[in-house]
Write a protein that binds this ligand. Structure first.
Ligand code: AP5
Ligand code: MG
Length: 223
């Protein structure tokens, strides 16, 4: 079984949904850079590893809302401080790297701290992504997502204080912008990782259970 995993795929491909299942099945530590950034905005506190200078939280909030990318140097500091914090467990990285410089930085970090990750790319057509994101509700507290059915402000099924809301960046214009950012900036990062590590493409269409079975069989054929 691979000890470290990078989940890569466009917005709405199911990285968060699959991460929840995989961390449980394989005992990995889930590091979602999107969840960390949203928690920083919610709590008004800079993420671990990032200097809490004037305005950093407000700058992150504005970038998230616009569907643009947070600067590479900030993201590298954040991941460096979080990913290798606990040497005893394997990690599952969701949302990083998203640019070529971030991919190069991850390779450098892994060279220093190993072991090599398996890259799992979740492949989903764009029209399905737009449909999924426009009906997604997300918990303000734990980040749990549901596909549809929850009313704005309904109680989270997964944690006590949480409320289900539509993410600011799930409005249609911002979704389109995020898909362009993915094509232009994250696909090249995926190619950098694919040249260096084992990269497996997994079909992300089907029920969440079907997709997680596909991923599990890639990570551990005996699973
Ligand atoms: P982030 O939170 O990482 O967002 P994302 O990559 O755009 O991905 P999403 O969380 O939107 O989708 P997902 O793939 O997790 O899908 P989900 O499982 O929810 O990043 C947010 C922002 O933070 C970025 O835009 C950027 O500004 C910033 N950021 C983060 N990392 C950064 C970095 N490294 N550098 C710079 N900036 C960074 O599923 C989607 C929906 O589909 C859900 O409703 C779910 O229930 C449903 N669903 C899932 N699987 C299925 C299925 N198989 N069938 C049907 N429905 C499904
Ligand atoms: Mg996510």
């Amino acid at each position: 079984m691979a000890a470290n995993v990078v989940l890569i795929g466009p917005p709405g491909s199911g990285k968060g949904t699959q991460a929840e299942r995989l961390v449980e099945a394989f005992g990995l530590r889930h590091v979602s850079t999107g969840d960390i950034l949203r928690a920083c905005v919610r709590d008004g506190v800079a993420p671990a590893g990032v200097k809490d200078d004037d305005g950093v939280v407000a700058r992150i909030a504005a970038i998230l809302k616009a569907g643009r990318l947070v600067p590479d140097d900030l993201m590298m500091d954040l991941v460096r401080a979080t990913l290798f914090a606990d040497a005893d467990s394997g990690w599952l990285l969701d949302g990083f790297p998203r640019t070529e410089p971030q991919a190069d930085a991850l390779i450098e970090m892994v060279d220093a701290d190993g072991p090599e990750p398996v890259i799992v790319e979740i492949v989903v057509p764009e029209e399905v992504l737009v449909r999924r994101l426009s009906s997604r509700m997300t918990c303000t507290s734990c980040g749990h997502v549901v596909a549809r059915g929850a009313a704005e402000g309904a109680a989270c099924p997964s944690c006590e204080p949480g409320r289900m809301v539509q993410r600011d960046d799930d409005r249609p214009d911002t979704v389109r912008k995020r898909l362009v950012v993915y094509r232009e900036q994250t696909r090249p990062a995926r190619d950098v990782l694919g040249k260096r590590y084992r990269l497996v493409e997994v079909d992300g269409v089907g029920t969440p259970d079907e997709v997680s079975r596909r991923i599990a069989s890639v990570l551990d054929p005996a699973h």
